[in-house]
Design a binder for this molecule. Structure first.
Ligand SMILES: [Zn+2]
Length: 857
């Protein structure tokens, strides 16, 4: 569709002549409960100024139909003014009023106004999600972050519903079966941040108050909501408790009163991402409402997201990037604040930095080694580019680099910089230079070189210790070698070097810590000379910088013999992530990594680290192990899972994690027999509650092994006829190891756009099990043929899932690599965002081939 992919140039041009005074948006969603109704009425009135009277412009709108367009009282013909993506207007005056009356579509892809009907009680729920550019699916607008304006929403909805938006409602009037909610005007905000949530949601209410420095009282009404049928599982108290701790903490740190009045948090169905920071009306994926037992890592993850979104009220909502190039200006900060806040706000999640080091950074390291990696400040030409940049660089690497910046300039200068940034740019838009100027003021340091090294270049360095010792075993020199990495840049790193030895009880404990600046390719660690050679040299101890950690030969031997004996949680997490990086880089055979997991994961105290070990070990078998050994590797993992499941403390998080891991790895008759026994109630593991979500994991194991009868799966769905049950049932069907099941899943996703986002995802997940590589091999050729059609016909959210999910990633051979290359060579003109996705999948495949070569003996 022409004009759908708004470019940076167009946005700049538009901002150079326009300023928006305000939007009035009227939505009528009374038709929503009727599944036959495809659209809702949307009437937008935009008041805006133009510095070049007579000029032409366009507003963005993705809608099935436009009824009328009126500019300054003049009727325009929708048939010529509206092209499906834009409403073109010309002859602008200095001051303009544009009215666009349209029929917009209810969404089933999570983009725009998403509609969901609950299978439990038939109730319908609506919510909006826009970032980066889907507000135009709900009302006509100037869809770019720097044309901020106040928004006044009026929503007519079924009488039994409640409606929320960014601001408080000022009036509700009833008429027949409907009620109309008129909301107060918002502060000036960007289009992508507006929100509407509507439906018979269950609501928990609370209140936050605080006396500000000037003595005035700040009052913030709080609420949290979810679907009615989830209400019995909704632990709103815990969520609202974290919310209050966060509000205390960010007020102390930011010294700028929360600017958006009230604070609602809606947990909504079929949500594409974790959460979205709509001012005053945050939306979260409802999987954060836990229907069954989850480990504490899940609670920590949710609390992190609550604080991440809250930090956005300042970083992102109050001060917003001018264009998507500087997306990191909000996401890197919010990601950093999620972990920083868990500690600073004194939540119970004291190991937030362990999780960050082990999981968040893994995402960054992976993304930063793709050929498509980019600097943290990116070059975003258009909206498709923007959509793909919600990635491991913008979030996790950016947050890692801010952590390094705090180590570099000190936390006082960093937070004083944040405080000035909010005051100076409140309700405005910024770029990199605006932030650097302020940080230079507060730190007194020239940050040009730092920014060039960390924000404006791509790639990850590896740091390796080089230790020489004398005849008595004393260090004569300890040096840190820095390789330029895939980005050809060496960087200044503030790091700590930890020296570890065994204590009297055999634990590996830190005996010395040396902090220094690493610059250039080789840096000598002053102060190490003359010390006894330690058992383990751990670079980047305390995880101050962003790098891959390597080891000298003796330290690696120490870890092979005793990784689990490293006493400190963070140091051990760093060691785990380093050996995983070695495996991914083809420097440690997959079977060696798996042996480490089998030997030491049972001792791993940190539940989040344990769960990532499970994911990585499974990935190592599926992708990185020599195919000749893969079967044995898989059996070893399943045996290990069973052993640790039986050994775990009854009722513990660790027991649940091992049970889930058994479900993922079960392959022999012993394991699958236990799985069936647990489902039937004929087998028991003391303390293990086989609740609904665990049941589905167990059914998935049986389905994938061809041991779940269709009637049994249907029976389970009957017992759990919920949104989650539907998804998992769909995944089980797609996971059956038959050509028919694979064909049905493929076709359901590819041949029609009837399925909602959640079921697209479930079908792909079941279809693409690596263990079914023989069954799915014949889909490689059709995959490459359908790419361009999918990209042009489907919404970008769905297209991204299909392109990434159906890539033949389990076909790890030269032929598939050649097919990927042939597609890339043959389609130089394909959409850059599509090429980027394929390039990344292709790179994963090439990496797997290298890792397999390393594992081949
Ligand atoms: Zn965010």
């Amino acid at each position: 569709m022409p004009g759908k992919n708004l470019s940076r140039d167009e946005a700049q041009q538009r901002a150079s002549i326009l300023a928006v005074d305000g939007y009035q948006v009227r939505l009528d969603v009374t038709s929503a409960p009727d599944p036959a109704a495809a659209t809702f009425r949307s009437t937008t009135t935009i008041a805006f100024r133009c510095t070049e009277p007579g000029a032409a412009a366009f507003v963005d709108l993705l809608a099935p139909a436009v009824r009328s367009v009126t500019l300054n009282g003049r009727e325009l013909d929708p048939a010529t003014a509206f092209d499906g993506a834009r409403v073109h207007v010309d002859g602008l005056a200095a001051e303009n009023v544009l009215v666009v009356d349209a029929d917009c579509a209810y969404s089933r892809t999570g983009e725009g106004l998403h509609r969901f009907t609950d299978p439990v009680d038939g109730e319908t729920y609506l919510y909006t999600h826009y970032e980066p550019a889907d507000a135009r699916r709900v009302f006509a607008d100037f869809e770019q972050p720097d044309l901020k304006a106040p928004f006044s929403f009026t929503v007519t909805a079924p009488a039994a519903w409640d409606v929320w938006s960014n601001a408080v409602h000022e009036e509700v009037t009833a008429e027949g079966d409907a009620r109309t909610w008129r909301f107060a005007p918002t502060k000036p905000i960007s289009t992508y941040l507006t929100a509407v949530v509507a439906g018979p949601y269950h609501v928990a209410r609370d209140h936050y108050s605080r006396t500000l420095a000037d003595g005035t009282a700040l009052e913030i009404p709080l609420s949290a909501m979810c679907r009615k049928s989830l209400a019995p599982h909704f632990d709103a108290d815990e969520i609202l408790g974290t919310t209050k701790l966060g509000l205390d903490f960010f007020h102390e740190q930011f010294d700028y009163p929360y600017p958006f009045g009230k604070y609602d948090q809606a947990f909504v169905p079929e949500y594409n991402i974790g959460a979205m920071e709509n001012p005053g009306c945050v939306t979260f994926r409802e999987e954060f409402v836990f229907r069954s037992k989850v480990t504490d890592a899940a609670y920590e993850g949710r609390a992190n997201v609550v604080l991440h979104e809250m930090a956005h009220m300042w970083f992102g909502d109050l001060v917003t990037m001018r264009w998507w190039d500087d997306l990191w200006l909000k996401e890197s900060f919010a990601d950093f604040m999620g972990s920083y806040g868990l500690i600073g706000a004194r939540t119970r999640f004291s190991s937030a930095w362990v999780t960050f080091a082990n999981q968040r950074k893994a995402w960054a390291y992976r993304q930063d080694q793709f050929p498509t990696t980019h600097p943290i400040t990116a070059d975003i030409r258009d909206l498709e580019d923007a959509k793909l940049n919600f990635d491991g660089i913008t979030y996790a690497k950016g947050a890692s680099v801010l952590k390094q910046l705090v180590a570099y300039v000190g936390s006082e200068a960093f937070f004083e910089g944040a405080r000035r940034y909010f005051k100076r740019h409140a309700f405005g838009n910024t770029e990199l230079a605006d932030l650097l100027d302020i940080l230079e003021e507060t730190s007194g340091r020239d940050l040009t070189a730092w920014a060039a090294a960390w924000l404006q270049t791509a790639g990850v360095n590896a740091l390796t210790p080089q230790v020489t010792v004398d005849a008595e075993g004393r260090i004569t020199e300890l040096a840190v070698l820095q390789d330029a990495g895939n980005g050809d840049t060496v960087r200044p790193h503030r790091i700590a070097v930890g020296l570890y030895d065994r204590d009297a009880d055999g634990a590996l404990v830190r005996t010395d810590r040396i902090e220094l600046d690493v610059t250039g390719a080789r840096t000598v660690v002053a102060g190490a000379v003359g010390r006894p050679r330690p058992a383990l040299v751990l670079l980047n101890d305390d995880d101050l910088t962003y790098c891959k950690i390597r080891f000298d030969a003796e330290s690696l031997e120490t870890l092979r013999a005793g990784l689990g004996d490293v006493q400190d949680d963070l140091a051990r997490a760093l060691a785990w992530s380093a050996v995983w990086n070695l495996t991914r880089d083809g420097l440690m055979p997959a079977r060696d990594y798996i042996a480490l997991v089998l030997r030491f994961a049972g001792q791993e105290a940190n539940i989040g680290v344990l769960q990532s070990l499970h994911t990585q070990a499974k990935g190592a078998v599926d992708l990185y192990a020599d195919p000749a050994w893969r079967g044995e590797g898989g059996r070893l993992l399943a045996d290990g899972a069973l052993r640790e499941l039986r050994a775990a403390a009854p009722g513990s998080d660790h027991q649940l994690a091992w049970a889930r891991f058994l479900a993922q790895t079960a392959n022999g008759s012993e394991h699958l027999g236990l799985v069936r026994g647990l489902l039937a109630g004929t087998a028991r593991i003391d303390g293990l509650d086989v609740d609904q979500e665990l049941r589905w994991s167990l059914w998935l194991a049986l389905a994938a092994a061809g041991q779940a009868a269709d009637e049994e799966l249907a029976e389970e769905l009957k017992a759990d006829h919920t949104a989650s049950g539907n998804r998992q049932y769909t995944q089980c069907l797609a996971a059956r190891p038959t050509p028919e099941a694979k064909a049905a899943a493929w076709s359901a996703v590819v041949d029609s756009d009837e399925l909602p986002n959640a079921l697209v995802e479930a079908n792909i997940a079941g279809f693409a099990l690596p263990s079914h590589r023989d069954l799915t091999a014949l889909y490689a050729a059709p995959y490459f043929k359908l790419l361009e059609r999918v990209w042009s016909e489907r919404t970008i959210e769905i297209a991204m899932r299909i392109v990434g999910g159906f890539f033949p990633r389990a076909q790890i051979d030269e032929q598939t690599l050649a097919e990927a290359d042939a597609w890339l060579d043959g389609h130089p003109g394909a959409a850059p965002a599509l090429r980027r996705l394929v390039l990344e999948c292709r790179d994963d495949l090439a990496r797997a081939l290298r890792a397999q070569a390393c594992d081949r003996v």
